[in-house]
Design a protein around this ligand. Sequence first.
Ligand SMILES: CC(C)(COP(=O)(O)OP(=O)(O)OC[C@H]1O[C@@H](n2cnc3c(N)ncnc32)[C@H](O)[C@@H]1OP(=O)(O)O)[C@@H](O)C(=O)NCCC(=O)NCCS
Length: 200
Amino acid sequence: MTNPVSLRHETSSDADAVAQVVGAAFGPDEPTVPDLVHALRPFSHFGGGPAIDAPLALVAEFDGELVGHVLLTVAHVDAWESMVPVLVLSPLAVRPDRQNDGIGTALVAGALELAATVGAPAVFLEGSPKYYGARGFVAAEPLGFRRPSLRIPAPAFQVAVLAGYQPWMTGTLVYPAPFWDLDCVGLRDRALVERIEAAG
Ligand SMILES: CC(C)(COP(=O)(O)OP(=O)(O)OC[C@H]1O[C@@H](n2cnc3c(N)ncnc32)[C@H](O)[C@@H]1OP(=O)(O)O)[C@@H](O)C(=O)NCCC(=O)NCCS
């Protein structure tokens, strides 16, 4: 049986549907995430390798409806030799009624493929080590990367290194401005960060 979910590049006409899916996925506890997507879009073109004529964003469609979305934006690793352009995967969203059906997994795989296609050396994210660890990511700090903020629990700071990665490309990950402007970095609950770090 063919999988009824398909992935494609986001286009400019998807913006409203994407905002709805992202808003529904993150819910009222995280109301700024749709605004984050909007603010990050100008950063979703990677210039380091072969150019593609589309933003680094994928949508998932099911039955003609947009049900999932993932965005990659350009950040930098502040290495000793130079600033290294890399990508950040954030946010990842699947409409609640379509969750737990492999759509998030497909979007992560598609995003990593896209990142490799444009020649990015690495993709970073903040998220569950259990979820992303099973989908190509590893803890970033043991590879020499530093978190953009100590408010990101160390186990949540993850990376997938790609073919263009070289061992000298280590240092602090520097997020683009919208993450800071919208206060979307890490957690604001120090006790929670400490509990997550203690649990590993
Ligand atoms: C997280 C999310 C993108 C996963 O997408 P999905 O299509 O439901 O996931 P898949 O069907 O590919 O994978 C299902 C697995 O993810 C797990 N999972 C679902 N949501 C999760 C979460 N928030 N944290 C950790 N694991 C999660 C399920 O338990 C299931 O685990 P299993 O494979 O061990 O059975 C989706 O649940 C979502 O949009 N959540 C709200 C927004 C969010 O939290 N985004 C991620 C921010 S980093």
